[in-house]
Ligand binder design. Structure first.
Ligand SMILES: NC(=O)c1ccc[n+]([C@@H]2O[C@H](COP(=O)([O-])OP(=O)(O)OC[C@H]3O[C@@H](n4cnc5c(N)ncnc54)[C@H](OP(=O)(O)O)[C@@H]3O)[C@@H](O)[C@H]2O)c1
Length: 269
């Protein structure tokens, strides 16, 4: 059961699919006013129609999070419509599956612009309003592989490590203004992430279980109510992260096995 968030104004990026879409639904079920951001306008419009069944208002704004002017415009539109912004969820993200040495520079820039610059643009756009209001909450969606890179996903993992470090620095900078910063570390999740990948497309052919986007969404919505600063979705995600710090060689062995399994299954498909 999700907490009640009546009258809260929450902006979420990457709302047209996967974790962002599931979170937008959970927020609407919690009676929040939600600003939905993604590039695909028609997907957002359909979602607005679907969410009309729940209390609260929705605003859909289509654009690229990597565009600083769009981020400023989206926050300005939020204030015009709702008069405040309580929570920013930086969720839009893009992965890749390719050797770093083969990755075209255009793909590298696109990934970084989405995963890191997009988060920074929206955060910078939201902070003056949150300071003026006397508080707010920024939730950044990272990944468990921000803590330990996987082969063929090196730049994605690095972008999520950047998300962690930016979030931790922001948490200290924004504490005097009562603006909380939470980092969420999902593991493998059912979404459109595999289809949107740069490089080799398709689902990751390992046997690792995937959790539902609804489960991640529930953890995100719960973090708004509890103010928890670091959120793991499953105990195995937590174990992977902390085990990696305590037993780096064992984690190397595990990650290499997973990578070998993935390569073998991919060749067989
Ligand atoms: N799925 C997993 O296994 C997993 C695991 C750990 C962390 N994560 C993280 O969770 C977040 C959500 O991923 P997901 O799995 O839900 O992926 P997804 O199903 O592919 O959804 C990605 C969302 O981001 C939006 N987006 C992508 N690039 C954008 C851009 N430049 N500007 C605006 N919106 C953009 C997409 O919408 P448009 O295409 O309409 O713009 C879509 O709504 C990401 O940050 C991802 O790194 C995912």
């Amino acid at each position: 059961m999700n907490p009640t968030l009546t009258d809260k104004v929450i902006l979420i990026t990457g709302a047209s699919a996967g974790i962002g879409r599931a979170t937008a639904v959970a927020l609407a079920q919690s009676e929040a006013n939600v600003v939905l951001i993604a590039r695909r306008q028609e997907r957002l419009d359909m979602l607005v129609d679907e969410l009309a069944a729940y209390p609260g208002q929705r605003l859909a704004l289509a654009g690229d999070v990597g565009d600083e002017a769009f981020a400023q415009m989206a926050v300005a539109q939020t204030l015009t419509t709702f008069g405040r912004l309580d929570v920013l969820i930086n969720n839009a993200g893009l992965g890749h599956r390719s050797h770093l040495t083969d990755m075209p520079a255009t793909d590298m820039r696109r990934l970084w612009d989405t995963n890191v610059m997009g988060l920074l643009h929206f955060t910078q756009a939201a902070i003056p309003t949150m300071k003026q209001q006397g508080g707010g909450h920024i939730i950044n969606i990272s990944s468990i592989i921000s803590q330990r890179p996987l082969p063929h996903m090196g730049l994605y993992c690095a972008s999520k490590t950047a998300v962690n470090f930016i979030s931790r620095a922001l948490r200290m900078e924004l504490r005097p203004y009562h603006i909380r910063v939470t980092v969420v570390y999902p593991g493998r999740t059912q979404s459109e992430f595999g289809n949107a990948l740069l490089g080799e497309k398709g689902a990751n052919p390992t046997r690792l279980a995937r959790v539902s986007a609804d489960r991640v969404a529930h953890a995100i919505v719960k973090a708004i109510a509890t103010g928890k600063i670091e959120v793991y979705i499953t105990w195995t995600d937590w174990l992977f992260t902390h085990g990696n710090r305590l037993f780096p060689r064992g984690t190397d062995w595990l990650v290499e096995r997973i990578a070998a399994q993935r390569t073998a299954r991919h060749r067989a498909n």
